[in-house]
Design a protein. Structure first.
Length: 245
C-alpha cells in the first residue's frame, strides 16, 4: 500500500514532469538573437513543468476537498476561536506560567446543512483556485520563453487573471472561514455555544463571529498586476520592433 501510494503520487508526477520538460525544450522555435542557452532552456522548462504540476495538483485537491466536505460524516471543522476559555490544567505544573488559555478548537459535527458545507468548501477552494491560476500563468510564461516570444498578447491577461484570483482567494477565504464557523455555531445553537451570552464568568464557548484579515494577498495581487502591466508594455514594444523589421 505504501509503495503504491508513493508510485502514484510521487513517481508518476516525476515521470510526467520529465516527459513534459523534454517536449517543451524540443518544441521551441528556431535560433534567434535572444535565444536561450541549453542550460537556460532546461531551467525554464523545469520551472514551467513544476508550475503545471502545481496547477494539476490544485485541480485534484479541488475535487478531493469537495468530496471530503460534502460526503464526510461527521464533518470536522477546525479553527474555532474561543471566548473566555478556561486555563489549561497542565499550566499549573509550572510556577513560571503567569496565564494561559486556548485560542481555537476543532469539533466533529453531524448533519451540517448544505449552506454551511458550501462555505467550508469555498474556504478551501478559493486559495486552490489562486494557486491554479498562478501555476498556469508561470507555465504560460515558460512556454513563451522557450518559443522565443515572451511578450505574447495573451500573457498579460493571464497574469492579470492570476492577480485577481490571488486577491479574491486570499481575502475571500478568510471571510468565508469566519462565515462558515459562525454558521456552524448558529446551527448548534448560538445561545448555548457562544461565550458572550454567559457574561464574564469562566465559561468555555465559541465566538459567534471573529474575523482578523491578513492583507498580504493584497500586496501579492498588486505585484502581479504590476507584472501584467509590464508585460503589456513589452507586447507593444515587441509589436513595434517587428513592424520596423
Amino acid at each position: 500500500m505504501g509503495w503504491g501510494f508513493l508510485a502514484l503520487w510521487v513517481g508518476l508526477p516525476i515521470v510526467v514532469a520529465t516527459l513534459v520538460v523534454a517536449v517543451m525544450v524540443r518544441s521551441r522555435r528556431g535560433d534567434r538573437a535572444t535565444a536561450l542557452s541549453r542550460v537556460e532552456e532546461w531551467v525554464v522548462a523545469l520551472v514551467g513543468t513544476g508550475a503545471l504540476l502545481v496547477a494539476g495538483g490544485s485541480a485534484v485537491f479541488l475535487v478531493t476537498a469537495g468530496i471530503q466536505v460534502f460526503t464526510r460524516e461527521p464533518s470536522r471543522v477546525s479553527g474555532f476561536p474561543l471566548g473566555n476559555a478556561l486555563v489549561p490544567a497542565f499550566t499549573e505544573k509550572s510556577s513560571a506560567i503567569v496565564d494561559a488559555g486556548y485560542e481555537s478548537a476543532w469539533i466533529d459535527v453531524t448533519g451540517l446543512p448544505d449552506g454551511t458545507r458550501w462555505l467550508l468548501y469555498l474556504e478551501l477552494a478559493l486559495p486552490l483556485l489562486a494557486t491554479l491560476s498562478i501555476g498556469l500563468a508561470v507555465a504560460w510564461l515558460a512556454i513563451a520563453l522557450l518559443r522565443g516570444r515572451p511578450f505574447v498578447r495573451s500573457l498579460p491577461n493571464v497574469v492579470g487573471v492570476a492577480s485577481i484570483a490571488v486577491l479574491v482567494g486570499g481575502l475571500g477565504s478568510q471571510v468565508l472561514a469566519s462565515a462558515a464557523r459562525a454558521s456552524v455555531v448558529a446551527y448548534l445553537g448560538a445561545r448555548h455555544m457562544t461565550a458572550g451570552d454567559m457574561g464574564d464568568g469562566p465559561y468555555e464557548g465559541f465566538m459567534g463571529w471573529s474575523l482578523s484579515l491578513d492583507l498580504a494577498p493584497v500586496g501579492w495581487a498588486l505585484g502581479l498586476a504590476l507584472v501584467a502591466a509590464a508585460f503589456q508594455i513589452g507586447v507593444r514594444m515587441q509589436k513595434d520592433t517587428e513592424a520596423l523589421v
